[in-house]
Design a protein around this ligand. Structure first.
Ligand SMILES: Nc1ncnc2c1ncn2[C@@H]1O[C@H](COP(=O)(O)OP(=O)(O)OP(=O)(O)O)[C@@H](O)[C@H]1O
Ligand code: SF4
Ligand SMILES: [Mg+2]
Length: 325
């Protein structure tokens, strides 16, 4: 058994569009350690959801996924026949989405949905109900027995997200992929859901990939962080590496622009000037070059390679060493 539950090697995702091939994720490689929480951060449109969905092959028809493999517990998911992939999804790997209503059926009671989702279990219907009630209790839904009869619209947004977390945990998965699980919630509810995820993860020992652009949440929840920009991973490290000794200019700018780090009173929130490059017509050289205040001539012509900065910490930037620094 390796230390990593998931290993992604050189994965790329393109979308065919009327304007050409959109290169949403390019040569992404990273590992998710067993029983740890990995945060995937980056600005909107950087390819975070595309990468997360490609792992479990929940992609639109115009997607083309290529690469050297997506190894889950040693099995390459890229080679798995569709029926085996379906069996794995919802059992070994489960997903939590930003909008709980994406996963909940509005016309079925929570009780029915939480027992239906256990369809692979050999337990009797009454036992499955008991399991569901216990799981609702675990995620902090008051009076779970009574609330099993209610429909999704009868719960608050925060409660609905807790129910989705409960459903994701029902199959005792070894990996949960949570795409912006708290973005739709207010700050108080967000903090509650983050604490809940953290507690449950410790109790159940599963690994989590958590996609978010909320750096405060990532810092609090995660052990590892992967930083994405315009379809590429630019830095990976422990939460300490990224928040205390970020090496890539993009990571450093992201942190500087995080409202939580802005101490002085200001009328304008700082932003990273410029825009993400067109993913159909990619520029040459470093993908961040147009927006990088530290760029050099070499950054225009040559794409930086990976530089190892410490155990599990690496970044791709010419400033960090190598022949061109
Ligand atoms: N089905 C699709 N067809 C064509 N382009 C797509 C499709 N899905 C996503 N894209 C494009 O891929 C890029 C990455 O999108 P993605 O949704 O993965 O970004 P994201 O980092 O999750 O952004 P956000 O933070 O806003 O959720 C974007 O340019 C998006 O327009
Ligand atoms: S390679 Fe050059 S342009 Fe890219 S982030 Fe580093 S310094 Fe900036
Ligand atoms: Mg997204």
């Amino acid at each position: 058994m390796t230390d990593n539950i998931l290993e992604i090697k050189n994965m790329s995702v393109d979308f065919t569009t009327d304007m050409g091939r959109l290169r949403a994720v390019r040569n992404a490689s990273f590992t998710v350690p067993r029983g740890k929480i990995l945060g995937l951060v980056g600005e909107s449109g950087c390819g975070k959801s595309t990468l997360a969905s490609a792992i479990i092959r929940l992609m639109s028809d115009n997607a083309i996924v290529e690469g050297d493999g997506i190894f889950f517990e040693g099995t390459n998911l890229m080679d798995l026949p569709p029926e085996q992939m379906r069996a794995l999804r919802g059992r070994d790997i489960t997903m939590i989405f930003q909008d709980p209503m994406t996963s909940l059926n509005p016309v079925l009671s929570i009780g029915v949905q939480m027992t239906d989702i256990q369809h692979r279990s050999r337990l009797s219907k009454a036992e499955k109900r008991k399991v569901a009630v216990a799981m609702l209790q675990k995620v902090g839904i008051p009076d779970p027995e009574d609330r099993m009869h209610q429909f999704p619209h009868e719960f608050s947004g925060g409660m609905r997200q807790r129910i989705c977390i409960a459903m994701a945990l029902l199959s005792d998965p070894s990996l949960i992929i949570a795409d912006e699980p708290t973005t739709a919630l207010d700050v108080t509810l967000e903090a509650q859901v983050v604490h809940l995820l953290k507690d449950l993860q410790q109790e159940m020992g599963c690994a989590i990939i958590c996609v978010s652009h909320h750096l405060g949440m990532i810092a609090e929840l995660c052990h590892e962080v992967v930083v994405m920009y315009a379809g590429q991973i630019l830095e990976q490290g422990s939460v300490r590496d990224i928040f205390k000794r970020a090496a890539h200019p993009y990571t450093r700018r992201l942190l500087e622009c995080d409202p939580a780090n802005i101490r002085e009173k200001s009328r304008h929130l700082p932003t990273i000037s410029g825009e993400i490059p067109n993913l159909i017509h990619l520029p040459r050289g470093c993908i961040f070059r147009e927006r990088c205040s530290e760029r050099r001539d070499v950054c225009r012509t040559s794409s930086p390679g990976i530089v190892t900065l410490g155990r599990g910490h690496w970044a791709a930037c010419h400033l960090l060493g190598g022949a061109h620094a």
